[in-house]
Design a protein around this ligand. Structure first.
Ligand SMILES: Cc1cc2nc3c(=O)[nH]c(=O)nc-3n(C[C@H](O)[C@H](O)[C@H](O)COP(=O)(O)OP(=O)(O)OC[C@H]3O[C@@H](n4cnc5c(N)ncnc54)[C@H](O)[C@@H]3O)c2cc1C
Length: 402
């Protein structure tokens, strides 16, 4: 990694700040999704796709990806500065989350040269949207048991089976797909292979699934004799588990290399404090209630501790004793924190928390109830909190399996 020219970095950060100040769109007049997990209408999709393309073309997305694949060829600090500017100006989320954050870094890390050239630039520009076909109706946490079949037939593989909870499934052009190519493998993991599968082929059907928040965002995806070219296989047959595990390291941000930007609207304690000033408890602003103040201070401390842990986890000499402890804990800690924080925000709205988006009585246009309902997504997607705890128990604490 090269040495960063601090003056160049400061100028870049300043330009990014001005750019996001001038270009961050105002209220589009319709409800935007809180995260990439709830893109439910063409209107939302088109808006976010145009926004991602604009950010990329301005040089503020993929700034640290290699220039030969469409990136900016800069050091990661530059992308970090651009992402901070997005955050400061409360810019809309990046749409192509799976491409930018897990398929893209995976390709850079393990992909064939022709695949890097074919896919990476279009991930950054949002030309090609990606989705992830890991979970199946009967195999989610037990991913190694995935059953969707991929059978080699001449120059193709023929796919049969079903994936579920496919985020962006109805908009995606490509899927990172875990499929079973060998039924006679010595164990369930060895029979799996990994594909960069096109979605626009005969025999692939997506059915949107509605969430508890009333929104859409994922699909059940059916494969019925769907033929994909054999060169969609990534690596060798039988390497699917290894590649899927590497993908999950990017998804859970255990490994760096993501293109940048954020994919979930940041919710911070400061906005819950604003809510506590606004909402009344026994006729007075809720913030004057000592119990409320106590909880808010706890959230402030916890939020700050998480930020510091995140920063510390990236400085190798500070985590020598247990190198993976923080990296493997962050997804669990952030997602559970967001769930508790949004639950607390709903309690501040009192009985009005029952009014939902679209109801004129709903405080903050229903944002908090919607955020709370959607907060469960991150505690399940990418591996549930229970599975994260199992991983920490086994891989960090060295406790026995089971
Ligand atoms: C919003 C959202 C978006 C998603 N997007 C995608 C996507 O794009 N692509 C994709 O492939 N998948 C996606 N998923 C699926 C997600 O990865 C799975 O839901 C998750 O891995 C859990 O699998 P499951 O739903 O089958 O639950 P199960 O595995 O059936 O688990 C049910 C319950 O049992 C618990 N449990 C299971 N095994 C154990 C164990 N060994 N120890 C302790 N507890 C256990 C779980 O924690 C959970 O509480 C998404 C999920 C959500 C919520």
């Amino acid at each position: 990694m090269g040495k960063v020219d601090q003056q160049e970095l400061a100028e870049f950060a300043q330009e990014a700040d001005v750019w996001f100040q001038e270009n961050t769109p105002g209220d589009p007049g319709f409800m935007l999704p809180l995260s990439f997990l709830e893109v439910g209408s063409d209107q939302q999709f088109d808006f976010l796709r145009r926004w991602q393309r604009k950010v990329y073309e301005a040089g503020y997305l993929g700034a640290a990806w290699p220039a030969e694949y469409g990136g900016g060829g800069l050091e990661p600090e530059f992308q970090k500065a651009a992402t901070e500017a997005m955050r400061r100006h409360r810019a809309p989320i990046m749409l192509n989350a799976i491409g930018l954050n897990w398929a893209g870094p995976l390709l850079l890390d393990m992909g064939a040269e022709e695949d890097k050239t074919k896919y990476l630039k279009n991930i950054l520009s949002a030309e090609d949207i990606w989705c992830q076909g890991f979970s199946e109706p009967d195999n989610g946490s037990d991913l190694g048991n995935a059953q969707l079949k991929a059978v080699r037939d001449g120059d193709d593989y023929v796919l049969n089976g079903s994936k579920i909870w496919t985020t962006l499934g109805n908009y995606a052009k490509y899927m990172i797909l875990l499929a079973r190519t060998n039924l006679d493998a010595p164990n369930k993991y060895a029979g799996l292979s990994f594909f960069l599968a096109p979605m626009c082929v005969d025999g692939v059907e997506t059915r949107p699934i509605r969430k508890i928040s009333g929104e859409y965002g994922f699909t059940q995806t059916f494969f019925t004799d769907a033929r994909i070219p054999a060169d969609c296989l990534m690596g060798e047959e039988g390497q699917g588990w290894l590649i899927a595990m590497r993908t999950l390291e990017y998804e859970r941000a255990v490994r760096g290399g993501q293109a940048g930007g954020y994919i979930m609207t940041p919710i911070d304690v400061a906005s819950v404090i604003d809510l506590a000033k606004e909402m009344k408890r026994d006729g007075a602003p809720a913030i004057e209630d000592p119990v409320v103040r106590d909880r808010l201070v706890e959230f402030l401390i916890e939020g700050q501790a998480l930020r510091l842990c995140d920063a510390r986890g990236r400085i190798a000499p500070l985590v020598q004793d247990r190198p993976m402890a923080l990296a493997l804990s962050m997804k669990l800690m952030w997602s559970e924190f967001a769930r508790r924080l949004t639950a607390f925000a709903v309690t501040l709205t009192g009985a009005h928390g029952g009014y939902y988006v679209g109801d004129p009585n709903a405080p903050a246009r229903g944002l908090w109830t919607r955020s709370y309902l959607n907060s469960f997504a991150a505690t399940i997607g990418g591996g549930t909190s229970e599975i994260q705890r199992n991983i920490i128990a086994e891989h960090v604490l060295g406790l026995p399996k089971g």
